[in-house]
Design a protein around this ligand. Structure first.
Ligand code: HGY
Ligand code: MN
Ligand code: MN
Length: 412
């Protein structure tokens, strides 16, 4: 079996996909269920259909493109990722896994492979938390890790519910029907850029992921007392922003003092009201992202953040309210899938290293449905979620080649 990836075609398709964006190249902004998302979905579905795959969409827009195997009743082998992109992001986060998964299947078709198990490439809806505040929305619903009631409770910044937005985008039907039963997949492999510097730094072309970090997202609301920036003297102030600022610094300290380099904490959203230079902030919304590959260590940081909020807000006489958006367990990748990926690298004489994923991915939830693992390719400087994000055509083709080889083995 000689598998050959059409790297030029894959590169060109990634370039076309990058053009569906609300910001000019080289940045990509493609928010879920936006017009650009709809155009991008139509383009990708067209490629799926051109490859002779059977395409279906579920009630939240997860898209499945299946190449039926010799024994269609068997559990399939899945691959895939996302095409939504946060504002001013790059062209490769997620898209390499969707179009690389498609090219892997096309390469197996061209090689005359007739797998026993069906192969399916997925386009997951809303991996990014940008619009509805929670990441991996589509894969959470597939894995049964998010209740269908989220259709009414999740809202975008305009107050529109997930159900309103998804039905306006043409995805209706009962969200409860999104959940996949156990045994739907016999295995799942996601190809993705590393979103970190290690592979490039060490000159290793491929990373076989053994664990995926556990993300937790918090939304904090601080309520102090506003007033005139000139007239209210410092001792009389109950400044909501300064309380939030101290909490953000406490998050940084807790992450740094966790005892491990794998603990990270970020305050990525801070909205100040009324937001005038000469008015004391009366209300602040602060959103925190706290992760670790060790769930207990991550939870210890969450407890420290709670203690800090109580101490800081007590001292500053500011009220605080906390919403936990998500606090997920980490995923341990399945040894059989890890082994299939390692063997596939060796078969093609490609060096690889085992590593953890510090970013979360849809595989974090697919691992709850089936044996799962990920394959990383290097990205320049480790940059991601920025326009400078870049993976070379060669790296992308190598990733698709190893993915094809591993899927062929898993589907035998
Ligand atoms: O935030 C993440 O880890 C992913 O890129 N959405
Ligand atoms: Mn991302
Ligand atoms: Mn991603």
């Amino acid at each position: 079996m000689r598998i050959e990836i059409d790297g030029t075609r894959l590169w060109n398709e990634l370039g076309t996909l990058a053009g569906f964006s609300d910001t000019p190249r080289p940045s990509v902004t493609r928010i879920v269920f936006s017009d650009q998302d709809a155009r991008a979905r139509a383009y990708v579905k067209g490629l799926f259909t051109d490859a002779g795959l059977a395409v279906r969409e579920d009630a939240v827009g997860n898209t499945f493109a299946r190449w039926e195997g010799r024994e269609p009743a068997l559990a399939a082998i899945g691959t895939g990722s996302h095409i939504d992109a946060i504002p001013h992001a790059g062209a490769f986060d997620g898209t390499v896994g969707v179009l690389g998964g498609l090219e892997a299947i096309r390469a197996l078709q061209r090689a005359g492979v007739r797998p026993r198990r069906s192969l399916e490439v997925l386009l997951f809806t809303s991996e990014e938390p940008t619009r509805f505040g929670i990441g991996c929305l589509g894969s959470r619903l597939l894995a049964g890790s998010l209740d269908a009631g989220a259709g009414e409770t999740l809202r975008d910044k305009d107050g529109r519910t997930l159900n309103e937005v998804r039905t306006a985008a043409g995805f209706d039907g009962d969200l409860a029907g999104v959940r996949l039963g156990p045994g739907y997949y016999a295995g799942f492999v996601e190809l993705h850029i590393e979103q970190g510097p290690l592979l490039e730094r060490d000159g290793v072309p491929l990373g076989v992921v053994t664990a995926i970090a556990a993300p937790a997202s918090l939304r904090l609301f601080f309520e102090g007392e506003g007033g005139h920036a000139g007239a209210v003297l410092m001792p009389a102030r109950r400044d909501a922003f300064l309380a939030a600022a101290e909490v953000a610094l406490a998050v940084e300290a807790a992450a740094k003092e966790s005892g491990a380099v794998d603990t990270v904490g970020t305050a990525g959203v801070c909205e100040v009201f009324p937001g005038a230079i000469n008015s004391i902030p009366s209300r602040v919304k602060l959103e925190l992202d706290i992760r670790d590959i060790d769930g207990d260590r991550r939870d210890a940081v969450l407890r420290k953040v709670d203690e800090a909020i109580a101490e800081i807000c007590g001292r500053r006489k500011v009220e605080a309210r906390k919403e936990v958006i998500n606090a997920d367990s980490p995923a341990v990748c399945d040894a059989s899938i890890v082994s299939a990926l390692s063997t596939a690298c060796e078969r093609h004489g490609l060096a690889h290293r085992k590593m953890v994923s510090r970013a979360y991915h849809d595989s974090l939830f697919m691992a709850r449905l089936a044996p799962a693992a990920m394959l990383f390719i290097p990205c320049r400087g480790g940059f991601s979620h920025r326009p400078e994000e870049y993976a070379s055509p060669e790296a992308i083709a190598q990733g698709a080649l190893v993915l094809a080889e591993a899927m062929a083995t898993l589907a035998l």
